[in-house]
Design a protein around this ligand. Sequence first.
Ligand SMILES: [Mg+2]
Length: 263
Amino acid sequence: MTVSPKPIAELKNKIKFVLSDLDDTITTEGHIPSESYSALWKLKDSDIKTIIVTGRPAGWCEMMARTWPIDGVIGENGAFFFRYTNKHMRRFFASSPELIETNTAKLDIIKNEILQTIPESKISSDQFCRMFDLAVDICEDIPPLSKEQTATIISIFEKHGAQAKLSSIHVNGWFGTYDKLTTAKFILTNEFGLTEEQIQTSCVYAGDSPNDEPLFSYFENGVGVRNIEPYLPILKSKPKYITQHAAGKGFQELTEKIIQLSR
Ligand SMILES: [Mg+2]
């Protein structure tokens, strides 16, 4: 039976940790609106920890971990976690940095095959900031590819034994068994000392895309921002809650509810 997400107004738990996707969950049309950035500060001021969970590259995550009012970033779909605390950058890698060279060579073969098969596709402009994955642009800087073209890109990754996940802007592919969920669970347990029960009662996960699905399947308090709606029919694991507003405004709506519950 398919269960539709409930309005965010029905969230009841006191939340201590907000894990959130970045693109089209905190951002709106590629920018961070003032309400999203202000929402991050309000969470911090309310003593609620925020962890960004994104497919974006190591270079971006270094900057976010260092300069944003957050408690860490999981990047490249779970390849690593960076947390800047007490003037020290703590780093956890799910994939061994020693494998970068070998995996980059294997991803290069995949890259060439994708560009030959789908000439309209493009490697993401942030690829040079990446350590572990290959990101193929499907609509960020190019006209949107069709669903069939996107599916072909995913199948090329998978044919070569790589994992591939679809975000709202890229197809990301990598070698390794990690994903956003495995790293999120590891970090919540080992870095923040939460038990399984505490994770389920005191954390929310917010996202907008199929690459957030593993987290929606695990977190009891999974929240989709409104722009997830077109993907709901293809998601086997749907978020339990949905915001009224899309993207950054939806994130703000979620944080207001969480802060209200924390009082
Ligand atoms: Mg997203």
